[in-house]
Design a protein around this ligand. Structure first.
Ligand code: GLY
Ligand code: MN
Ligand code: MN
Length: 437
C-alpha cells in the first residue's frame, strides 16, 4: 500500500477537526453492481470511503465520532466466513479492520441496525452525503426515526443534517506528497500505454486493437483498470467527445484520438493524444494539431499560484480563436469572436478539470462566486481540442471530420507547475519519429 496507515489516520483527524462538537459522520462503501445475471462488475470502492480508511471491501459503513472517549473511528463490515471466502476471496472481518485499518472498534454489518442508532443518539449533528444512494438515504432515515420513536423515554434525535461533501472534498483537492507520487506513477504507466499504441498503429487495424495495447500496458504496469472507459476514435469518431465504441476500422489518411488513462491504487491519470493512423500528418491535420498544441502551451503557462482557475481556459480560447481566424475557419475580429464565444462550434468543452482519485475529481471551481485561486498541491488536466464536424458545410471540405485533443496532467507547484505526463511525445516531429521507429 502506497498511502501509509498514518496518512489515512491524518485524513480522518483533519476531517474530525473540522466537524462541529458532538457530531457524527457516516460514510457508506460502494455496492457491488450486477453486470449480468450472477456476475458483477469489478468492485471499486467509493473514493471518499477509501480516502478515509484504505479499506476496499463492499458492504461496509464508516463512522467518525470526534471526541468520543470509547473510540472515534468505527467500522461496520462483513464478517469472516470461511465458506464465502473460499469462493469469493478474503475478507478482513471486524478484527482485521481494527488491526490493519486502525479502526477503534468494528462490528458485523448485520448488526448495524442495533448499534448505529445508539451512536447517533444524543449527537447534535449528522454529516452525511445525501442523495447518492436512495437505499442508504432510507436506512439513515430509519435509524433516525428509530431514535425519534424513543423520544418519550428520553432519547434525543439529531437536530441537524449537514452535507459531508464540501468539507471532505476540499481536503481531497490538495494532494499530499504520497498522493502526488501515485499520480506521477499512474501518469508514467499511461505514458507507456500511449507510446505502445502509437508504435503499433497501422492503417486497417481496428480501434479496439489500440485499446488492447493500452490495456496491456496498464495491467502489466500494475494498474489493472482504466480510470474511465478508454476513447479510441479514428477519423470522424474523433469528433465524438465521449466515443467509447472503439469499433471502427482505422483508415490511411485519418487521425486517431486516444483519450485513456490508468487508475493506480485509486489514483487516476487522464491523457489524450491524437496522431495520424499512417504516421504522417497531412497539411490540414498538422495546421489544426499545432494550433491545439499552442493553445495547450498557453494554458499551461497560466498555471501557477496566484492565477485563478479560469486563466488557463481563457488563454486556450484566445489562441484557438486567433488560429481559427488565421486558417479561415472563423471569420471576424478576434475580440468580437472571443466575446461571443465563437470558438464553441469547434472547441465545446473546458480546458480541464481537477484530477485525483476520481478522474473528474472533487473540489469547488469557484469560491464565494469567484473563480478559485490556484494553489500548490492541486492537480488538473489541460486538454484543449478542435473538432470540425463532418457535416459542417461552412468550412472547406478539407477540414471536415478532423477531431483533435491533447491532454496532459499538471500539478500546481510553489513556483508554477509540473506536467507529470510530459514524457509522452507531443510535437508533430516527436510523434512522426516515434511512429516511424
Ligand atoms: N476522459 C475524460 C476527460 O478527458 O475529461
Ligand atoms: Mn481525457
Ligand atoms: Mn480530462
Amino acid at each position: 500500500m502506497s498511502i501509509s496507515k498514518t496518512e489515512f489516520a491524518r485524513r480522518r483527524k483533519n476531517l474530525m477537526a473540522q466537524m462541529e462538537p458532538n457530531s457524527i459522520a457516516i460514510i457508506p462503501s460502494s455496492r457491488e453492481q450486477v453486470r449480468s445475471r450472477d456476475t458483477e462488475y469489478p468492485f471499486r470502492q467509493d473514493s471518499d470511503f477509501y480516502y478515509l480508511s484504505g479499506f476496499s471491501e463492499p458492504d461496509a459503513v464508516l463512522v467518525l465520532l470526534p471526541g468520543r472517549r470509547h473510540g472515534q473511528f468505527i467500522v461496520f463490515c462483513r464478517e469472516r466466513d470461511p465458506g464465502m471466502e473460499l469462493w469469493n476471496g478474503y475478507r478482513a472481518g471486524p478484527e482485521g479492520v481494527c488491526e490493519r485499518h486502525g479502526a477503534d472498534d468494528a462490528f458485523p454489518v448485520g448488526d448495524i441496525d442495533d448499534i448505529l442508532p445508539g451512536l447517533i443518539e444524543g449527537r447534535d449533528r449528522v454529516y452525511y452525503s445525501m442523495g447518492r444512494s436512495a437505499e442508504f438515504d432510507r436506512q439513515i432515515m430509519g435509524w433516525v426515526n428509530s431514535i425519534r420513536s424513543k423520544e418519550s423515554s428520553g432519547a434525543v434525535p439529531p437536530g441537524e443534517f449537514t452535507d459531508l461533501d464540501h468539507m471532505l472534498h476540499e481536503q481531497r483537492l490538495f494532494k499530499s506528497a504520497a498522493e502526488l507520487r501515485l499520480l506521477r506513477r499512474a501518469g508514467q504507466i499511461t505514458v507507456r500505454a500511449h507510446q505502445r499504441a502509437m508504435r503499433s498503429c497501422r492503417p486497417g487495424m481496428y480501434e479496439y486493437q489500440l485499446e488492447a495495447e493500452l490495456q496491456h500496458e496498464f495491467a502489466s504496469g500494475g494498474a489493472r483498470h482504466a480510470a474511465y472507459n478508454s476513447i479510441v476514435g479514428s477519423g470522424e469518431n474523433g469528433c465524438i467527445l465521449h466515443y467509447v465504441e472503439n469499433s471502427g476500422k482505422m483508415r490511411d489518411g485519418d487521425m486517431v484520438l486516444i483519450d485513456a488513462g490508468c487508475e493506480l491504487e485509486y489514483y487516476a491519470s487522464d491523457v489524450t493524444r491524437t496522431f495520424p493512423v499512417n504516421g504522417r500528418f497531412s497539411r490540414e491535420q498538422r495546421a489544426l494539431y499545432e494550433l491545439v498544441l499552442k493553445a495547450q502551451a498557453a494554458a499551461i503557462a497560466q498555471i501557477r499560484p496566484g492565477n485563478h482557475w479560469n486563466q488557463p481556459h481563457d488563454a486556450s480560447v484566445r489562441v484557438i480563436t486567433e488560429g481559427l481566424v488565421e486558417l479561415g475557419l472563423l471569420k471576424g475580429r478576434v475580440a468580437n469572436l472571443v466575446k461571443r464565444e465563437a470558438h464553441r462550434s469547434y472547441y465545446m468543452h473546458r480546458v480541464g478539470h481537477w484530477l485525483g482519485m476520481d478522474v473528474h475529481d472533487v473540489g469547488d471551481y469557484r469560491v464565494g462566486g469567484e473563480w478559485r485561486m490556484l494553489e500548490p498541491g492541486m492537480v488538473m488536466t489541460v486538454e484543449p481540442g478542435i473538432y470540425v464536424a463532418p457535416h459542417n458545410t461552412r468550412v472547406a471540405k478539407k477540414w471536415r471530420g478532423i477531431g483533435i485533443r491533447v491532454e496532459d496532467n499538471v500539478v500546481v507547484t510553489d513556483e508554477g507547475c509540473e506536467v507529470i505526463t510530459a514524457g509522452l511525445p507531443k510535437t508533430v516531429e516527436e510523434i512522426e519519429a516515434l511512429m516511424a521507429g
